[in-house]
Design a protein around this ligand. Structure first.
Ligand SMILES: [Zn+2]
Length: 189
């Protein structure tokens, strides 16, 4: 990131100053901290609020950053976009995974599933959109229900798939419903 004007120093809480890029409409921003980029809320977002649309080019193959939006389609970015363009238009790319996320993806819209406080990370569950990830990784979200290795829906147990049902994208809901295997016996906790 060579363009210093893309990120402005912002005090996100008393005494904590981070370089923040404010995305259009000032709903979310991208912060750069500890050599990582993260998408954060810039104001309080209420549960059910449609936040932004995942813009980009459709690809038939998943990549490290793509988001799966149907059985065969993945939203991705072709090479050649400037850093500023990515921050202004394709900032969804900086949404991290969380095993207890605060958004879900409906079609190509990112929707809050609970109140999101200002400066909180905006996250979604990659297992709820991706069938078989191009780039699995070890999750460090810290949630009590963290699954550890995140590889995509294909690699979940039947019980894990059913637990994820409220967060699943339409194409994975269809997949779950079309499965011929009997439902696992779900014992209430
Ligand atoms: Zn996790």
């Amino acid at each position: 990131m060579k363009n210093g004007s893309v990120f402005a120093p912002t005090e996100i809480s008393p005494g904590v100053v981070l370089p923040v890029h404010e995305c259009p409409e000032n709903l979310v921003g991208v912060v750069r901290a500890a050599r990582e980029y993260r998408l954060i809320a810039l104001r309080q977002i209420v549960s059910g609020e449609r936040m932004f649309r995942i813009e980009g080019e459709l690809s038939l193959r998943p990549s490290r950053y793509s988001v799966q939006v149907s059985e065969t389609q993945h939203v991705d970015l072709n090479p050649g976009h400037s850093a500023e363009e990515i921050l202004d238009r394709y900032f969804w790319r900086f949404m991290n995974h969380h095993c207890e996320p605060n958004t879900v993806i409906r079609g190509r819209e990112v929707v809050a599933v609970r109140t999101i406080a200002p400066w909180e990370d905006v996250t979604f569950d990659y297992n709820a959109t991706e069938y078989d990830m191009a780039d699995p990784f070890a999750c460090r979200c810290g949630s009590a229900v963290c699954l550890g290795e995140i590889r995509g829906f294909k690699h979940l147990t039947h019980e894990q798939r059913h637990r994820l049902r409220p967060h699943l994208s339409t194409h994975l809901q269809r997949h779950l419903e079309s499965a011929t295997v009997p439902l696992p016996s779900l014992v209430p906790a």
